[in-house]
Design a protein. Structure first.
Length: 202
């Protein structure tokens, strides 16, 4: 699926799944680099909230993250960042969301970990507009758990939901302020890069 088609789906339905967004070689290289960062202990318990509201709450989310610094990207991370820049421009052309910058972290969900239902936009600073999650895992079975469950408003106020498994190479894109979602408990280590397009400058 081309970036224009992703932007179009985002415009039409607010979300989109793209299989094989990246090729196998690139996926494996990113996974290896992520593993090296992990081995060097550069992952931290993830938190919720921003600024003074930031808290580590393992009862809400139990993943570990390593933020990328856009001024200090490795060559592989630069390639990922460039792909996201292209997607950002395509989304701006189609959706007029005024996306101006991007932030991203590697995420590792150890076996047994999860992230309860939430929206990606912070309550007081709403600069996260579009979420893009890229999964790096080796093949994934439904029995491995770890799906991201997205919730949609349905008929007569009822809700429907869809489970998306973290299959390697898959990209999931959605409006950060509109689609509540959760990560169901995973039985295997679950690796991804989560990125957010923002309507503020760096
Ligand atoms: O990894 C996922 O599928 C979702 C992660 C998530 O919801 C988040 O980091 O905000
Ligand atoms: Fe999220």
């Amino acid at each position: 699926m081309k970036n224009e088609a992703i932007a179009n789906a985002l415009y039409e339905q607010g979300w989109c799944i793209v299989d094989d967004f990246i090729g196998e070689d690139f996926r494996m290289a990113l996974l290896k680099e992520q593993q090296e960062i992990l081995d060097h202990g550069q992952f931290r318990h993830a938190g919720i909230g921003k600024g003074d509201d930031f808290k580590i709450k393992p009862e809400i989310r139990s993943d570990k993250v390593s933020w990328m610094d856009h001024r200090l990207l490795t060559p592989l991370q630069s390639k990922y960042w460039a792909a996201m820049e292209e997607l950002r421009m395509a989304i701006n052309q189609r959706c007029f969301l005024g996306l101006r910058s991007f932030e991203a972290h590697f995420a590792m969900y150890p076996p047994g970990s999860f992230y309860l239902r939430h929206l990606d936009q912070f309550q007081d600073v709403k600069y996260r507009v579009v979420t893009a999650i890229l999964y790096l895992n080796e093949e994934w079975d439904e029995g491995d758990g770890g799906a991201v469950r997205m919730y949609f408003p349905g008929e007569n106020g009822e809700e429907s939901n869809t489970d998306i498994y973290p299959k390697g190479g898959r990209l999931v894109v959605f409006l950060s302020g509109e689609i509540p979602h959760e990560v169901l408990p995973t039985r295997r280590e679950r690796i991804s890069i989560t990125g957010w397009f923002r309507d503020i400058e760096y």
